[in-house]
Design a protein around this ligand. Structure first.
Ligand code: FUL
Length: 447
């Protein structure tokens, strides 16, 4: 650790009485841009896999399905958006086009779309309906546009790269601002048995020319990264940094371990987004109704993704009616209640805080009982903390170590056996540069 001036700026939740005005700071290493900072603040949003697979019970449609299989009987995007909003999700990312190539909007660049289905007599447009519903509910929207297309006759030829760009253009210029574009790494054969050589450089430049504020997800960013598993779990050590030179999307990507932890000295700010489904599969299958995760399982995942500095992308697939099923909705709403209850009372509120070099001491007027601490770094100045420990006791002289961990980043939530203490010390045991801390809060989470 460079032992230069150790400055801590502890804001909001903790220092209601003694807040220190944030001085201009030097940035250290890679830092997030404005869009990435805004993305970090979203924390939690929904993923929706919906399309012919919902009706055929497949996960990877073949692309040869009759478009008429797509026929939701009571579709209501307002229900999706209302539930997302009530669950505290900041947006919905939908599979506008999955690997089967079926477009949930009437694309001019495909003959395998909602227009060719009997749903709404071929006049429907799921993307429009969802976009309207999200605006109405006050949440944001993102799109998954699979480069792999098992339907398009041009797939596997250079012409497909132009078609993919036109397809993106149609979506990115026709429905207002999206907050995120999701690029899956899968690249299989198209209908002619050939694989495509994707021109991702052009894809990226084009997408950003249509929507400069878009956050693009993939194995290697450019803005946010896959976390290397589909269980929604980020490593306890999580750097928002990644080296991408020499890597490509899909099978040429960094190791899953690198994606899960980031790179200690990574050259670019590419934070992790943890995707996982509320059910076994990504698409709705009735036989998986019993696999819906409980509110407690979702809360546990939240601690392991948002609580480790990443974002939580939870897939909640609409069913054949075109609705979120009751069990999924109940789990989502109860998950929100658990979060609200868990983080309602910051037991450190009103404490006196002392900053001594690499230590923050929190002194309470009366002892508090807690089992969870939430720490934050002001990531706009870079990610700096390598490791830390937490001590607690009745007085400054009787502090005992109660927990330790690695990295903080945007948010770190750590849990330990319940303690009752008047004094708490957060000791930064290693850092790349003087940490610039954000809020510190303590909670007693009963679960
Ligand atoms: C994977 C895809 O192949 C799955 O079908 C799903 O869309 C998931 C989120 O990403 O790689």
């Amino acid at each position: 650790m460079k032992n230069c001036k150790f400055l801590f700026f502890i804001l909001t939740t903790l220092l209601l009485t003694t807040s220190t005005k944030l001085k201009a700071q030097e940035k250290f290493g890679p830092t997030p841009n404005a869009q990435q900072l805004a993305w970090h603040e979203k924390e939690f949003y929904l993923f929706m896999h919906f399309g012919p697979n919902t009706f055929t019970d497949l996960e990877w449609g073949k692309g040869s399905e009759d478009p008429n299989v797509f026929n939701p009987t009571a579709m209501d995007c307002n229900q999706w958006a209302r539930i997302a909003k009530a669950a505290g999700a900041k947006g919905i990312i939908i599979t506008a086009k999955h690997h089967d190539g079926f477009c949930l909007w009437p694309s001019k660049f495909s003959t395998h779309t909602v227009r060719e289905s009997k749903w709404m007599d071929g006049k429907g447009d799921v993307i429009k309906m969802l976009s309207d519903a999200c605006k109405k509910a006050g949440i944001e929207m993102g799109v998954y546009i699979s480069p792999w297309d098992r339907n398009h006759p041009k797939y596997g030829t250079p012409a497909y790269n132009d078609i993919y760009i036109q397809t993106m253009k149609e979506l990115l210029t026709g429905y207002g601002q999206f907050f995120e574009l999701w690029w899956d790494g899968a690249n299989g054969e198209g209908p002619n048995g050939k694989k495509q050589v994707y021109d991702f450089k052009r894809f990226q430049d084009s997408a950003l020319s249509y929507q400069p504020k878009l956050i693009i997800f993939s194995d290697i960013g450019p803005h946010i990264r896959w976390i290397g598993n589909e269980e929604g779990i980020i490593n306890e050590t999580n750097w928002n940094l990644l080296d991408t030179v020499g890597f490509s999307r899909g099978s040429g990507g960094p190791s899953t371990d690198s994606l899960n932890r980031g790179n200690f000295n990574g050259k670019a700010w590419i934070p992790g987004e943890a995707d996982v489904s509320i059910r076994k599969g990504w698409f709705y299958h009735e036989e998986e109704d019993k696999t819906v995760k409980t509110d407690k399982q979702l809360f546990d995942l939240y601690l392991k993704n948002v609580g480790r500095g990443g974002n939580f992308l939870l897939n909640v697939p609409p069913n054949r009616k075109g609705l979120i099923s009751a069990a999924d909705s109940a789990a989502l709403i109860n998950f929100k209640k658990l979060r609200d209850a868990a983080f309602k009372t910051n037991v450190f509120k009103g404490a006196t805080v002392k900053n001594n070099k690499n230590e923050i001491e929190i002194c309470l007027a009366t002892a508090a009982t807690f089992n969870t601490i939430q720490l934050q770094e002001q990531i706009k100045f870079g990610q700096r903390v390598i490791s830390f420990e937490v001590q607690a006791g009745d007085s400054e002289g009787s502090l005992k170590k109660i927990a330790s961990s690695t990295t903080i980043g945007r948010k770190k939530i750590i849990q330990f056996p319940t303690v009752t203490a008047k004094c708490i010390k957060v000791k930064i045991t290693a850092a790349k540069a003087s940490p610039v801390m954000g809020a510190i809060a303590g909670y007693l989470i009963k679960m």
